[in-house]
Design a protein around this ligand. Structure first.
Ligand code: WQD
Length: 346
């Protein structure tokens, strides 16, 4: 007996596919909307391979209002929506801000309009610790001030949080939870799904695994002169499966009417900060691979250090990250090896 139907937008993407697997394994029926702009359709096959259940996949863009209305009309039984679909490359957003504002903001508005029209009540939003900028105090709590965004990407996360809050405050019968992710890394233990950046990876972990596999010549570590113990930046790396599980807890909190407020927001991190060099060390230790890297100048826009205060996420949301840094780096490597030797990578 299904616990009900949940829409995962961006469900063929990195975090979306891991969340879809967890939802199915917890007894939900999942439907996916994805425009495949930054992911590939074979991921649906992989989700079926892992869970034994194939989520229904709708291939269209959330900016297509007619298609989205048709979808809602055919899925009025949705228990809720987990919204991942968005453009998410910090650097790219500086180059093409109008694409980011249109894509990330209008798709959010279209979804919320559809929820109001078809009486769908529960919404989990994929937000980001990027809204904090460089926090004044660490670990960073949910009450820390939202700082001026360093990129259009980060700004769309801040604006979308307010779009959700204001829609709820306007009296719409919608409950919302925003999850502020820290740095998602790693992959499902099967090695069948994982991070699959198109083109040259902007994020650290896929650049590490692609370098180890020989696809990239060398990793550049952007800066060793920061005010940190080893001079490299510090981040709160969180296993993508731990992150996925937080979404199931969040949607169930609303489905079961346990949310304390109509709008809630939680940090989703481990509470531990590890440096870039520590992540590299963990990768080399867990995989036995010697990584080819060099020190390089700082990357514009990087903050020095951030890690989450997880008190509210642990005690109110009732979620806690469990996986270790070594499980993150080891699983990322297993995915990279499996994918590169698969037919899909040819
Ligand atoms: C991490 C550290 C780099 C690449 C961004 C977004 C965040 C989320 C995750 C989407 C930094 C260093 C990186 C490389 C390096 N995005 N680095 N060499 O910038 O912390 O967060 O991605 O959800 O919202 O802001 O992640 O992985 O790009 O960088 O040295 O080749 O690794 O300088 O210190 P970031 P990242």
């Amino acid at each position: 007996m299904s616990k009900g139907k949940v829409l995962v937008t961006g469900g063929t993407g990195y975090i979306g596919s891991h969340t879809t697997v967890e939802l199915i394994e917890q007894g939900y029926e999942v439907v996916i909307i994805d425009n495949l702009s930054n992911s590939q359709a074979f991921i649906v096959d992989r989700i079926e391979q892992i869970t034994g259940t194939r989520p229904k996949f709708y291939h269209f863009d959330l900016l297509n209002e007619a298609k989205l209305d048709e979808f809602f009309a055919a899925n009025t039984d949705l228990k809720g929506i987990i919204h991942f679909a968005a453009s998410k490359a910090v650097g790219e957003s500086v180059q093409i801000p109008l694409h980011y504002y249109r894509n990330n903001l209008v798709s959010m508005i279209n979804l919320l309009e559809g929820m109001k029209k078809y009486n769908i009540e529960n919404f989990v939003f994929s937000s980001s610790c990027t809204v904090y900028g460089q926090p004044d105090e660490l670990p960073v709590t949910e009450n820390a001030p939202v700082k001026p965004a360093e990129s259009p990407y980060g700004y769309t996360k801040q604006v979308n949080e307010n779009i959700l809050k204001d829609t709820i405050k306007s009296g719409a019968k919608i409950k919302g939870i925003a999850l502020r992710y820290f740095n998602p890394v790693g992959a499902h233990h099967s090695g069948l799904i994982g991070e699959l950046p198109i083109g040259v990876p902007a994020n650290l972990m896929p650049f590490i695994t692609q370098t180890a596999y020989g696809i990239r010549e060398q990793l550049s570590v952007f800066g060793d002169d920061y005010d940190t113990p080893d001079g490299s930046c510090i981040r709160d790396f969180i296993h993508v499966v731990d992150l996925a599980k937080a979404h199931i807890i969040a949607i169930e909190r609303m489905i079961d009417g346990k949310n304390a407020e109509a709008y809630e927001m939680f940090n989703i991190g481990t509470g531990n900060g590890f440096s870039v060099l520590e992540l590299i060390n963990s990768f080399e230790k867990t995989t036995g691979e010697k990584l080819n890297w060099k020190m390089a100048p700082r990357r514009a826009g990087d903050i020095v250090k951030i890690w989450a205060d997880t008190t509210i996420g642990n005690n109110v949301l009732g979620w806690k990250a469990e996986k270790t840094l070594d499980e993150m780096t080891g699983s990322a490597w297993k995915w990279e090896q499996n994918y590169r030797s698969s037919a899909e990578a040819k």
